[in-house]
Design a protein around this ligand. Structure first.
Ligand code: ADP
Ligand code: MG
Length: 212
């Protein structure tokens, strides 16, 4: 099987200008990620991990250089096209879960599918399937405040998977979790990568999580 480059980052800088100060959050970064790869990016706080994820996740574009995902140049897309591209291709998992508090687990996972025009019964059925996969088949109608941190992160992972993305970006996904629960979340990402073939890119500043 030949290896397919899914993410290609070439010579990117991301420069932030604030009050006369110039910050190079990224300077001359090159990266290739192959389809199906499981990649952990390790670096101290402030080293540009979230900035890089924002580029690969089509939330932002570089000051210089090019990012291609599935051979699409992100900078060539309009902001509307970029939203649609993100919804179809990218699953994002954040440190702070970012679930919608007044929606149930099922509704949180159905939402990105509704954005893509999938009707509600189908979106709910898919939500239940993915939530069951991540181990929450018995928590479908719970709201975030009725779930533990680890369970909330599982809902966030289910939401990220809802539209069957090609890339799962997990930015410090264990940052709010205790060591054991964080380890379980890392195991889930590894299982997902093997079983579904989704390309997983995680970022952490925590050495302990690399051992999980
Ligand atoms: P990490 O995720 O590795 O902690 P970040 O990508 O968040 O690092 O930040 C990289 C650098 O860019 C830091 O020095 C940070 O202060 C700076 N930075 C990030 N976002 C902004 C912003 N919106 N405006 C100005 N500086 C920023
Ligand atoms: Mg960060």
């Amino acid at each position: 099987m030949s290896k397919e480059v899914l993410v290609s980052v070439r010579g990117i800088d991301r420069v932030y200008q604030t009050k006369g100060e110039t910050v190079f959050a990224l300077a001359g970064v090159d990266l290739d990620v192959y389809r199906g790869e499981y990649l952990s990016i390790m670096g101290p706080s402030g080293s540009g991990k979230s900035t890089l994820f924002n580029m690969v996740g089509a939330l932002d574009t570089p000051t210089r250089g090019e990012v291609r995902v599935s051979d699409v140049s992100i900078a060539s897309l309009s902001s509307l096209e970029r939203s649609y591209f993100r919804c179809q291709h990218i699953g994002y998992v954040f440190q702070s879960y970012n679930l919608i508090p007044f929606l149930t687990a099922r509704e949180n996972v159905a939402l990105p599918q509704i954005f893509l025009g999938i009707d509600e019964p189908e979106a709910n059925a898919r939500a239940d399937e993915v939530l069951t996969y991540v181990g929450l088949g018995d928590r479908l109608t719970h709201r975030p405040d009725e779930l533990s941190g680890g369970q909330q992160q599982r809902v966030a992972i289910a939401r990220a998977l809802a539209n069957a993305p090609s890339i799962l970006l997990a930015d410090e996904p264990t940052g709010n979790l205790d060591l054991h629960t964080g380890g379980e979340i890392i195991k889930l990402f590894k299982q997902l990568s093997v079983e579904t073939g989704v390309t997983v890119i995680t970022a952490t500043h925590d050495h302990k999580m690399l051992a999980a």
